[in-house]
Design a protein around this ligand. Structure first.
Ligand code: NAD
Length: 474
């Protein structure tokens, strides 16, 4: 579809999906797949977006009838498409009741989520609900919630009270076994509220796991200006993404109620685990490793980082350490997958900032890097490139780069990480203090990591990141 004026939403589809966390990614990915599924097979799968934080997206989209431009950043040029699948956007802190009402409507059969890793209020090292999280404490004590688990459980409570079947919870965040993890969090929260509710959700609810993949950098002011010139329409909130998109979903929905995802090119499977491990470890793991090392070496984007031959060799080394511990999904060659990832990273049209990917590392490291590291160390294989990535994260969260500039570290544990880093003057001391942060490292893993990560950290602090990688002397 060409870019054009917003469609009349009164003639659009009815709402069948509520999406929590309406950021760039879901608008450039899930919304596009749902629009394609409806174009192919019909159905009432309009999406009400919800922001659990700021009103920015609602404010930007309201004046354009909830439509927006999805921009494909292909190496040969940019293609635009006007997306009209959103039916409304709500801002939870302004009116949490309106969000619960939307989620409790019988026509809503699916609640999708991209609230980032930290939005689940869990302990990343164990996957358990963090009952000390201020939003969880609040949500257990009040009917009108703040957190994503709180909204899911309170809305399911409303549905049960009204005799309406639960919605399917379809998380699209990069978490390990994301559906099962969210199910565990929802059941734990619900049990603290009302054990009968928890039993009902456990029996009737569905939480399929998903693997989501499309690199979608944050939209910049320059993007907004360029898209306006390209389409002739002023769009306050376009989304920018690569051509590649892969969505793998476990086909396990309440009442089988879902868009015809397969018609839109989604892979509907029985078990997503193999796809998800491959993607989290090979894509997200190397993305994070390149983000910390690349940022410290002064690279602004992933494309810039891999254009530097030292980092191009580093990412290949990372894959050679990661691949032996990854089980390939049927019919997939992991070396070909790595080659394709390299080409995607190198796309100069994608200005995915190392700083953006570096955000929230405490929530990302376990599933992206530590799982690979644990497997590699247990098997006695070389893990020096992965250890260097952990050391680079440690240097990054210390808050000062290699030329003495302050780093704007965004992380829910930023204060604790900074304190741990500041508690020692030497790389050895900093590594020991950071390995003691139990939200990230189990005691068992910390013991295994202390020697190799200290070795990597000494190289990194004394020589600088680029030289430490270049010399490979880890
Ligand atoms: P974004 O910054 O554009 O949007 C993040 C959304 O999460 C916003 O709506 C924000 O309000 C909400 N949020 C942030 N912190 C929250 C919290 N503590 N509780 C509840 N909501 C919170 O980011 P994005 O690019 O849309 O990415 C969001 C998530 O999507 C990622 O964390 C990842 O899990 C997944 N994802 C992103 C990409 C990508 O390339 N951007 C690719 C695959 C998966």
């Amino acid at each position: 579809m060409e870019a054009g004026l917003p469609a009349d939403t009164a003639q659009g589809p009815k709402t069948g999906i509520v999406h929590l966390g309406l950021g760039a990614f879901f608008r450039g990915f899930g919304c596009v797949f749902v629009a394609d599924a409806m174009a192919a097979s019909g159905g009432e799968w309009g999406i009400t977006g919800v922001s659990l934080r700021s009103p920015d997206t609602r404010d930007a989209l309201q004046g354009q009838g909830w439509g927006y431009t999805s921009v494909t950043l292909a190496p040969e040029g940019e293609q635009t498409r006007w997306i009209t699948v959103l039916t409304d956007v709500l801002v939870a802190p302004e009116d949490p009741q309106a969000v619960l009402i939307a989620m409790a409507k019988p026509d809503v059969r699916i609640v999708t989520l991209t609230v980032t890793e930290k939005g689940y209020c869990h302990n990343p090292a164990t996957g358990a609900l963090n009952a000390d999280h201020p939003d969880i404490i609040h949500d257990l004590a009040h009917d009108l919630p703040k957190s994503a688990p709180g909204f899911l459980v309170r809305a399911l409570q409303c549905r049960r009270a009204a005799g309406v079947a639960p919605f399917t919870v379809l998380t699209c965040d990069n978490l390990p076994e994301n559906g099962r993890l969210v199910r565990g969090l929802v059941l734990d929260f619900a049990r603290r509220l009302d054990p009968d509710l928890a039993d009902w959700i456990a029996t009737e609810g569905k939480f399929p796991c998903t693997m989501v993949d499309r690199i979608t950098p944050a939209t910049t002011m320059a993007d907004i200006a360029r898209v306006g010139q390209l389409t002739g329409n002023v769009d306050a909130a376009p989304v920018m993404h690569e051509p590649f998109a892969q969505w793998v979903i476990e086909d396990d929905f309440v009442g089988n109620a879902r868009p015809d995802f397969a018609a839109a090119g989604v892979e509907m499977v029985q078990d997503v685990t193999a796809h998800e491990h491959m993607k989290l470890r090979m894509l997200n793991g190397t993305h994070s490793a390149l983000a910390y090392t690349g940022y410290l070496a002064g690279h602004e984007t992933i494309a810039e980082t891999v254009a530097d031959p030292v980092f191009a060799a580093y990412v290949r080394r990372l894959w050679s350490e990661i691949i032996p511990a990854v089980q390939a999904p049927d019919g997939v060659s992991l070396t070909e997958y790595a080659d394709a990832l390299f080409d995607r990273y190198a796309n100069p049209g994608i200005r995915h900032k190392t700083w953006q990917i570096a955000m929230d590392g405490s929530q990302k490291l376990p599933q992206r890097i530590l799982g690979s590291l644990e497997a590699t160390l247990s098997a006695g294989r070389d893990s020096s490139a992965l250890c260097l990535a952990v050391a680079a994260w440690m240097r990054y969260v210390g808050g000062m780069d290699e030329v003495g500039q302050v780093i704007d570290v965004r992380d829910p544990l930023a204060g604790r990480l900074r304190d741990a880093s500041d508690s020692a003057d030497t790389p050895e001391g900093k590594v020991a203090a950071l390995l003691d942060v139990r939200d990230v490292f189990s005691a068992e893993l910390a013991e295994k990591l202390i020697r190799p990560v200290t070795k990597a950290a000494i190289q990194l602090w004394t020589k600088g990141t680029r030289a430490a990688i270049e010399e490979g002397a880890l």
